[in-house]
Design a protein around this ligand. Sequence first.
Ligand SMILES: Nc1nc2c(ncn2[C@@H]2O[C@H](COP(=O)(O)OP(=O)(O)OP(=O)(O)O)[C@@H](O)[C@H]2O)c(=O)[nH]1
Length: 354
Amino acid sequence: MPRPSRRRIPVVIVAGFLGSGKTTLLNHLLGNADGVRIGVVVNDFGSINVDAMSVAGQVDSMMALQNGCLCCAVDASGMDGILTKLTRSGTDLDLIVIEASGLAEPRSLVRLVLASTNPVIEYGGLIVVVDAAEFETGRARHPELADHVRIADLVVLNKTDRVPDHAGLLATVRALADGAPVLPTAHGRVDPALLFDAEPRERDTGPRQLSFEDLRADLADGHDHHDHHEHGACADHLHAAYESTEFSVDAAVHPRRLMRFLESRPAGLYRMKGDVYFGVPGHRQRFRLHTVCAYLRFHRSRWPEGEPRGTRLVLIGTGLDRAVLDRQLHECVEPEPDQVDPQAMLRILRHTES
Ligand SMILES: Nc1nc2c(ncn2[C@@H]2O[C@H](COP(=O)(O)OP(=O)(O)OP(=O)(O)O)[C@@H](O)[C@H]2O)c(=O)[nH]1
């Protein structure tokens, strides 16, 4: 694949609601970069940066930021600092991808990149990943999700494998995207060339559109919202309604007890991700857990060399009772996993991909 030929390094933002498939898409991109050197900024809402762990090792240069949303945690000079660190990392990058947290406000991220004074980068466009299985319910609760589609330069309608008949949804998303290309896909398998070429489109000035000239003018007038808000005080943002908590033990959990917890998890617990150690004979590998609303999947793989065995999960949702969740998860801890009958793994394995 030809490398992007522009002299400045394009900075592409990948946004999309919790669990829509941003990291999956990023990994597909990294795995098919074909010599294009990619720097990555990964931002996780929770305090354990699962996304960074998922992309580590494949990337030319990475900065990981956790425990908050980049869009509120840094101001324009903070973003400048991040981009400068990446571009000075010694790797001659062709492209920078910022993976937003699942609760980020993409408009703010666009502003931050546009405000950068780093002379070697340029804004390369906004890609919004949409979860085909959850979008309609999601936007009923959070109309902002439709706004995110409206301002995208490229929309990836992901998880179409979970919605075989998605023609109606595709039409809806296309109408919202207002002329930006919409790519139906599964497992983030988009042609990387499309991302490298995701140039910010020329926009006319429809009433609900974000004009990049307007954004620049906003910034020039000092109207960047980061000039007015303290860290984390973005009450109008999607993540104001969400909270996260973590569970981290250097221990195994019992497969049946964990499964019971997962099957009865509260409705407000929209997203869980992280690593689970069962330690059961024959099943001592790392089980990476992902839940997105009702979706539940484990991905089994080897533990990276030297990584301590343990169970480390991030839980994100609304109205979470942290104390109860913590107690319930602690009740799943199994001190003698060697003694657990491997049959206890059956229900876990039903939800597992290797
Ligand atoms: N069936 C199906 N599962 C998918 C697809 N894309 C991603 N997933 C799964 O969905 C889960 C969440 O995917 P991620 O890529 O981690 O989503 P994300 O947007 O990075 O998540 P956050 O950063 O937490 O917002 C994982 O279990 C993925 O394997 C898809 O197209 N189809």
